[in-house]
Design a binder for this molecule. Structure first.
Ligand code: ARG
Length: 572
């Protein structure tokens, strides 16, 4: 049990024994929610505002605080002080250090994990790139938020299913086949990959401007794909392979994996049942020839299920996908990590599922996020240039290597570290602000070793590793927990003790940035501690305690970084 929960429980017991008759007192859980960490240390480690009790106890808050302090006793707390309407708790520092440190040292990198998700399954739809398009930075956030949510849920004991819902269906694929057969060659596509596919696609549109009959020819090829024409299917599958081969390089750099690549086309033969069900339930109406689910009473435009020519749509595929996922994975939650531009689509989708009386419609969640933009000329997307994620990652690695060559030219295996730091910097930038905020990426900011950045946190981890390497060569005695009663160590311990809650909150709110903040705070607190105190050459039993704290910090930072998809080099 963490210290805050412990204090809340004790407070609740103390309230009950002091005022056994009182009605409407807050529960231990509610008290935990009310406990605050005071802005400055003189006001204690935790503060409990008693205002909410005034009504139940019919007593003025300062009086409640005083009475509570008189009754309070427990070894965990060194002293309690009433200050107006607050009870300020001063922890027994040695005891707190022992409790916290022992817990981390026992669990190591598993500290913060849990089995709360045991027996539950979470599907996570993320990255979900589009075939025959380059992997642009626009798909970075979905990829990394989704990947992080997958790791967080794994860590909390859930079974997770990572799904890359590929955009691999639509008339554009007919146009691409036409363009390939008219202006392309197999060799060039094999050699240049998606870049060549894009060139052909652009070419098609240029030519179609001049000669509108091309659109019909493109559509005819798409019809062939739909009709399972062997040649058409083979070419379309090949476009997919080419795209996924390009994407695989990006996924490898990011360390991202999926359990399923079932994309839109996968649902081709799974939509009919859903459409029949909609019809049987009387949910389909005809509007301008199209079959739609009317959502007027929900103040939304209708959800189009079949176009007037009978073609299915993005939403039709998503309906079939949701039903399929429920049937196959029996998820307790299905997360869709998709940009906020698709808010309406998912509101419609979930509402249609509700109208179909799927009790699990409420378990579908749109985890939306803001836009990413790039500062500086070279990255102006306004000029219509897509910024390729692979280019950004390669540049980040190169810049990281330049910095390493300058700062630590003798480092072993510089390329690996440059990869970890460069990629880490990009991921950290992406996951540092709340997900709904728009973010602006800048290499200079991302790779600043002194700011709130990936490299800064990684550097702190490497610093801990270096301290531990040196400590391993010393013969230190058993630690004296009293050596951790200074303000800096206590602050660090407090941040560490909160880490398990941060992980759970991050899962509850689908917000990896909460973990980014927590590891950054811990890194900053460790560096402050490191500057203010001698770790290795203090009194030996105190050194031993500080080394143990260093080990705890190292483990928690490594875990936190792992949860947001960032590697933790041991030397930098
Ligand atoms: N491929 C889509 C896009 O890039 C995202 C798909 C998201 N997933 C889904 N089930 N609709 O915009």
């Amino acid at each position: 049990m963490d210290m805050m929960t412990r204090i809340a429980t004790l407070t609740s017991e103390c309230l009950a024994s002091t005022w056994p008759e009182a009605q409407g007192l807050p529960t231990a859980d509610e008290i935990r929610g009310l406990l605050a960490v005071p802005p400055n240390r003189e006001m204690g480690d935790y503060a409990f505002p008693v205002f909410r009790l005034a009504k139940a106890l019919r007593m003025a808050p300062p009086m409640i605080a005083r009475t509570l302090c008189e009754k309070w006793q427990s070894p965990e707390v060194a002293r309690v002080e009433p200050v107006n309407g607050y009870v300020n708790f001063f922890l027994n520092r040695v005891n707190f250090a022992k409790e916290t440190l022992d817990a981390v040292l026992a669990q190591g990198e598993r500290f913060g994990s849990s089995d709360m998700g045991a027996g539950k399954t979470v599907c996570i739809d993320y990255s979900s790139i589009n075939i025959a398009k380059r992997f642009g930075v626009g798909h970075l956030s979905t990829t990394m938020i989704g990947h992080s949510l997958k790791r967080i849920h794994d860590f909390l004991g859930y079974k997770t299913v990572g799904i890359n819902h590929l955009g691999d269906w639509g008339t554009q694929f007919g146009k691409m086949i036409y363009a390939y057969k008219t202006w392309g060659t197999r060799e060039e596509i094999e050699e240049k990959g998606v870049t060549e596919l894009l060139r052909l696609y652009v070419k098609f549109h240029e030519e179609a401007e001049k000669d509108p009959t091309l659109d019909d020819l493109g559509r005819a090829w798409f019809k062939k794909i739909e009709d399972h024409d062997e040649e058409a299917i083979a070419i379309w599958e090949w476009f997919k392979d080419i795209t996924l081969k390009d994407a695989a390089r990006v996924y490898a750099l990011l360390g991202v994996e999926f359990d399923s690549y079932a994309g839109e086309a996968f649902y081709n033969d799974k939509m009919d049942v859903v459409i029949d069900e909609l019809r049987e339930k009387g949910l389909l109406t005809i509007s301008e020839g199209a079959s739609v689910v009317d959502l007027e009473e929900d103040k939304m435009p209708p959800c189009i299920i079949l176009r007037s020519d009978g073609a299915t749509l993005y939403a039709t595929r998503d309906l079939a996908a949701a039903v399929y996922r429920k049937n196959v994975y029996d998820f307790d939650k299905c997360l869709y990590v998709v940009a906020y531009q698709q808010d309406l689509h998912f509101r419609q989708l979930f509402r249609v599922l509700e109208k179909m009386e799927k009790p699990w419609a409420k378990d579908c969640v749109h985890v939306s996020f803001g836009m990413i933009s790039f500062e500086g000329q070279a990255f102006s997307t306004r000029k219509g240039r897509v910024v390729y994620l692979e280019d950004v990652l390669n540049q980040a690695m190169q810049k990281a290597l330049d910095i390493i060559n300058e700062k630590s030219p003798n480092l072993e295996d510089k390329e690996t570290v440059a990869r970890q730091v460069g990629i880490g910097a990009v991921i950290y930038s992406d996951l540092s602000a709340g997900r709904i905020k728009d973010i602006d990426f800048s290499f200079e900011r991302a790779l600043n070793f002194d700011g709130e950045t990936g490299p800064y946190v990684q550097y702190t981890h490497a610093r801990c590793c270096s301290v531990l390497r040196k400590a391993a060569e010393m013969a230190l005695p058993e630690m004296d927990y009293a050596g951790l009663d200074d303000d800096e160590a206590q602050h660090l311990l407090r941040l560490i003790s909160r880490f398990p809650d941060v992980v759970k909150d991050a899962a509850d709110k689908y917000e990896p940035s909460m973990i980014t903040h927590a590891v950054t705070d811990i890194a900053q607190a460790y560096n402050k501690f490191y500057y203010e105190h001698r770790v290795l050459d203090a009194e030996p039993a105190v050194s031993a305690a500080r080394v143990a704290l260093t080990k705890a910090v190292k483990d928690v930072i490594k875990t936190g970084l792992w949860l947001i998809g960032i590697e933790a080099p041991e030397r930098m």
